[in-house]
Design a protein around this ligand. Structure first.
Ligand SMILES: [Fe+2]
Length: 192
């Protein structure tokens, strides 16, 4: 519904994305798979696609005035469908879904757009489902944050999420439409 969508866009644009801890599982360059593109579901030369519900995550990186920012690196990382990070520090790596890329990156285009094909954030012990996001230039980190599923029941018990104000929470909450294959969740990342 156009009305509802418009409201969501306005709410998202109203505040900058709150920064959040990087967490212990940011994959350093040496840990990443050779394939670190923006499709985390499909690894080059792998026959199988990752387990989980496939979603697209996309929209714009903007500055605090809403101006689109092109040429920025957007990185995401998240656990696989088994709740395991592709990271040597995650002790449960035996159960890792080898078809999931775990980390991906994209570069914003001329209109500030980024996009990822990934899985719906999976259940993870001790946290609400989430996706980590980092935005950088070639040389400098601009923002590290985490995205959540709007109204997910685990959000209210999440130690990081529950410190957010309602406006901040809205700025990092995605809505995954119920219908269609590979639904698109849209969220602007607004730099401080
Ligand atoms: Fe995490």
């Amino acid at each position: 519904m156009a009305g509802g969508m418009y409201f969501f866009q306005k709410a998202t644009a109203a505040t900058t994305s709150p920064s959040a801890a990087e967490g212990p599982f940011y994959p350093q360059r040496s840990m990443r798979k050779d394939d670190s593109d923006n499709d985390l579901v499909k690894i080059a030369n792998h026959v199988n696609e990752a387990g989980g519900e496939i979603i697209w995550l996309k929209r714009q990186v903007v500055d605090k005035n809403g101006k689109a920012l092109s040429g920025l690196h957007v990185e995401i990382w998240q656990c696989d469908i088994n709740g395991v990070y592709f990271h040597s520090g995650d002790s449960r790596s035996g159960e890792h879904d080898n078809a999931f890329q775990g980390f991906g990156h994209d570069i914003t285009d001329d209109s500030g757009q980024y996009q990822f094909r990934t899985i719906k954030p999976a259940k993870y012990t001790g946290r609400a489902p989430h996706v980590h996001v980092k935005v950088c230039t070639e040389h400098k980190e601009l923002l590290t944050t985490q995205l959540y599923i709007k109204n997910h029941p685990d959000n209210r018990n999440d130690s990081i999420f529950k410190r957010l104000t309602k406006t901040q929470a809205n700025a990092v909450s995605i809505v995954i439409p119920d219908e269609g294959e590979e639904p698109i969740a849209t969220i602007d990342i607004k730099l401080p």
